[in-house]
Design a protein around this ligand. Structure first.
Ligand SMILES: [Zn+2]
Length: 95
């Protein structure tokens, strides 16, 4: 029964390609997610790194993943100054 063998062979081939296809799709999805993370991240003003939100004393700050620069926006800076009393290094810096 040559036709039967043919069909079986073709089915196996299809399965092989289907699996390959799934692998490629999975890789593409991973790549897209990586790109999204990069795109959503704010670019460092100093280098081409990405700013990652970090928690400093319950205040969110942005830290660069490349140059380790720390970036604050106006609200975050005010929060830090407010939190710090006059004996703190940060309070002294702005008084
Ligand atoms: Zn940087």
């Amino acid at each position: 029964m040559p036709i039967e063998l043919d069909d079986r062979g073709r089915a196996r081939e299809n399965e092989h390609f289907h699996r390959k296809e799934q692998e490629i799709i999975a890789k593409m999805k991973a790549k897209i997610q990586e790109d999204d993370a990069r795109r959503l991240g704010i670019k460092c003003p100093k280098c081409d790194g990405v700013l990652i939100e970090a928690d400093f004393d319950h205040i969110k700050i942005d830290v660069c993943d490349k140059c380790s620069g720390v970036w604050l926006d106006a609200g975050e800076l005010a929060q830090l100054v407010e939190k710090d009393d006059e004996s703190g290094w940060f309070g002294k810096l702005f008084k």
